[in-house]
Design a protein around this ligand. Structure first.
Ligand SMILES: Nc1ncnc2c1ncn2[C@@H]1O[C@H](COP(=O)(O)OP(=O)(O)OP(=O)(O)O)[C@@H](O)[C@H]1O
Length: 196
């Protein structure tokens, strides 16, 4: 599904990593680990097509994944460190924005992350963990084969980590793939680890 061949990444005038290769099959999961500054977020941004590779190739089903950036964006859900919420919109309205882009139903996506009770609250009034859950609820809107998740469980309580685990399992059972960067335990059984 996703294959990296000899990727290299520069940020500013510094080489962050080079010679990075991996193969991620349908249903597979790759866990990015390494100390602060190792390049985990940079790799996720590169895989999302948001920063260019200095060297190497990213392939999707054997073809250049980044030749058509709009097409790559359509098959990708990228969750960064930031929750990317509009503070003045309610939880439901925030998700409705993405539902207009990708399709899907807002109510079940809120339920998937335990947010039904908070649907009408402006995002600015949510706690840090609730905001993270609302960001993650986007994953439950409409299927996309590649999920790129940067520290998805930061701020989550135990029940919410379990809800995310259920989402991840269903995504992978349906043939989806996941690349996740984390310093925390993640419910991703049988994930391969890529230590940066
Ligand atoms: N916009 C930028 N311009 C220049 N250098 C950057 C930029 N963003 C990140 N870097 C540098 O790239 C390196 C990798 O950063 P990155 O955020 O990818 O690390 P990380 O492994 O995700 O770290 P953390 O565990 O702290 O989240 C760091 O040395 C950082 O200073």
């Amino acid at each position: 599904m996703l294959e990296a061949q000899d990727l290299a990444c520069w940020r500013g005038d510094r080489a962050i990593f080079a010679g990075l290769s991996f193969h991620l099959p349908a249903g597979g999961a790759l866990l990015l680990t390494g100390p602060n500054g190792a390049g985990k977020s940079s790799l996720l941004r590169l895989l999302a097509g948001l920063i260019p590779a200095a060297e190497g190739l990213l392939l999707w089903d054997g073809a250049d994944a980044l030749a058509d950036l709009a097409g790559h964006a359509r098959r990708t859900r990228y969750l960064s460190h930031q929750d990317a919420l509009k503070p003045s919109l309610t939880a439901a309205e925030n998700l409705a924005f993405y539902a207009r882009l990708w399709g899907g139903q807002v109510a079940p996506a809120l339920v998937a992350l335990g947010l039904a009770e908070l649907a009408d609250l402006p995002a600015r009034m949510l706690s840090a963990g609730q905001k993270r859950r609302l960001a993650l609820a986007r994953l439950a809107l409409a299927p996309a084969p590649l999920w790129l998740l940067d520290e998805p469980t930061v701020g989550l309580d135990t029940a919410s980590v379990a809800r995310l685990g259920a989402l991840l399992a269903a995504h992978r059972a349906g043939g989806g793939a996941v690349v996740a960067a984390t310093h925390l335990p993640l419910p991703l059984p049988d994930a391969k680890e890529l230590a940066l």
